[in-house]
Design a protein around this ligand. Structure first.
Ligand code: ADP
Ligand code: MG
Length: 346
C-alpha cells in the first residue's frame, strides 16, 4: 500500500467518534465545535528518535507514549481530552511500523474518548509531534500558580520507575517488566486531574523529575502570590523578570521516608542510596499537586475510587528552596535536576 494511502487508512478515523468534530482528517483544516462555557486547553510535545526514545523501540508502545505525554499535560490542568493532531516525520516507508504505531495511538485515544482530527506527514529523521486539545469549564483549570504556604504537596502513583528502566537500558542491564512499562507505556492520570478540579490549588505533571517540576510550582506560585500582594495582575499570563522569580519563589519540605516507591525502586535504593532516582529522573508522568490540609480527607476515597496511590509527601513553606528530610532526619537541598535540552548549547 502506498504511504499516503496507509495514512488515510490508519489515521483518517482514528480514536473515538465525537459529535463535536464537524470535519476531521481530509480537508485543509479540521472543524471543531467548542462547547459554550468551555475553555480549550492546548499543548504540543515532540518526540525525536535518539533523544526521547530508542529508534528501535516497539512502534506500538511509541504510538501509545506519543499521545500519553500530551494527555499527561491535559491531566495536569484538569482538562478533559477531546482532540489530537499528529505531525509525523518518517525516514522510510514501513507499513508494518506505521500500522503498529497507529494501533498504539488509537487504543489510547479510544480509551480516553479522543479523536485524531488531522496532522502532517513528511519525510526525514524519525520524529513525532502530537498536539492535544482538551476542554475545561471556563475558569476552572488548575495552574502551576496557586499553591499557598501550608498546603500539602502530594503525588500520585510511584516515582522513579521510568528512571530506573532508563538507567538499566543505558547500562545494558536487564530491565524489569514493571519499570519498562512505566518508561515505554506511561499511564496519563487524566481521571485524577479531572477529580482534582476544585480541590487542588496547583498542579503539574512530573515529566522532568519531582525536584524540577515541583520547582515550577514553587516559582509560579511565589510569583503569583507576590503579584497579588503588590497589586499586579498575577494571572492570566506571562511574567517578565526571570531574575526576580527565584527570590519570589515559595519553598517546600519533602519527607523522603514517605515518598511512594515501587518495590523495584525501593530495592535499587537499598543497593545504592541515590535519591536522584525517585527525585530527579523524568518520564514518570505522575501528577504533583498541592492541597490545603483541611481538604486532605478527600484523598483516601479518591485514591480508592481511582485505584491509584495519592500520597502527601510534604508541605509548602514561605521561604524559597526545596528541603529534603532524609529517613534519618538529615536535611539537604537537592540540585535542581531535570533534563534541559539546551543546557549545554552555547
Ligand atoms: P495540506 O497539504 O493541505 O496540509 P496534507 O496532504 O498535509 O494537506 O494533509 C491532508 C489531510 O490529511 C489533512 O486533513 C491533514 O490534517 C491529514 N493528515 C496528514 N497527515 C496526517 C497524519 N499523520 N495524521 C493524521 N492526519 C493527517
Ligand atoms: Mg500539510
Amino acid at each position: 500500500m502506498p504511504e499516503f494511502e496507509l495514512i488515510r487508512t490508519h489515521f483518517a478515523h482514528l480514536g473515538a467518534a465525537r459529535s463535536d468534530v464537524v470535519l476531521g482528517v481530509g480537508d485543509d483544516c479540521a472543524l471543531l465545535a467548542v462547547p459554550a462555557g468551555q475553555e480549550l486547553a492546548v499543548s504540543i510535545d515532540t518526540l525525536v528518535a535518539g533523544v526521547h526514545f530508542f529508534p528501535d523501540v516497539d512502534p506500538e508502545a511509541l504510538g501509545h507514549k506519543s499521545l500519553a505525554v500530551g494527555l499527561s499535560d491535559l491531566a495536569a490542568m484538569g482538562a478533559e481530552p477531546a482532540w489530537a493532531t499528529l505531525a509525523l516525520t518518517l525516514p522510510a516507508e514501513d507499513g508494518r511500523w506505521l500500522r503498529a504505531f497507529a494501533a498504539g495511538f488509537a487504543a489510547l485515544a479510544r480509551e480516553q474518548g479522543m479523536a485524531l482530527i488531522g496532522g502532517d506527514t513528511t519525510r526525514g529523521p524519525l520524529s513525532l509531534s502530537v498536539q492535544v486539545h482538551g476542554l475545561i469549564p471556563a475558569g476552572r483549570a488548575i495552574r502551576r500558580a496557586g499553591a499557598r504556604v501550608g498546603d500539602l504537596v502530594c503525588v500520585s502513583g510511584t516515582l522513579g520507575d521510568a528512571g530506573l528502566a532508563l538507567r538499566d537500558l543505558l547500562a545494558g542491564r536487564e530491565v524489569a517488566a514493571g519499570p519498562r512499562a512505566r518508561l515505554e507505556r506511561p499511564t496519563p492520570r487524566v481521571a485524577l486531574g479531572l477529580a482534582l478540579r476544585g480541590l487542588a490549588t496547583a498542579m503539574i505533571d512530573i515529566s522532568d523529575g519531582l525536584v524540577a517540576d515541583l520547582g515550577h510550582i514553587l516559582e509560579e506560585s511565589g510569583a503569583a502570590a507576590r503579584g497579588e500582594r503588590s497589586g499586579e495582575s498575577a494571572s492570566p499570563g506571562y511574567r517578565r523578570g526571570a531574575s526576580s522569580a527565584a527570590d519570589a519563589a515559595l519553598g517546600a519540605e519533602i519527607r523522603l521516608a514517605v515518598l511512594p516507591l515501587s518495590p523495584a525502586v525501593r530495592e535499587r535504593l537499598a543497593q545504592d542510596p541515590d535519591w536522584s532516582l525517585p527525585l530527579a529522573s523524568g518520564d514518570d508522568y505522575e501528577l504533583c499537586f498541592t492541597l490545603p490540609p483541611e481538604r486532605a480527607s478527600a484523598l483516601p476515597p479518591l485514591a480508592d475510587r481511582l485505584g491509584l496511590a495519592l500520597t502527601p509527601i510534604g508541605r509548602i513553606l514561605p521561604t524559597a528552596g526545596l528541603v529534603c528530610i532524609g529517613p534519618a532526619g538529615d536535611r539537604w537541598t537537592p540540585q535542581r535536576g531535570g533534563y534541559n535540552h539546551f543546557a549545554d548549547a552555547g
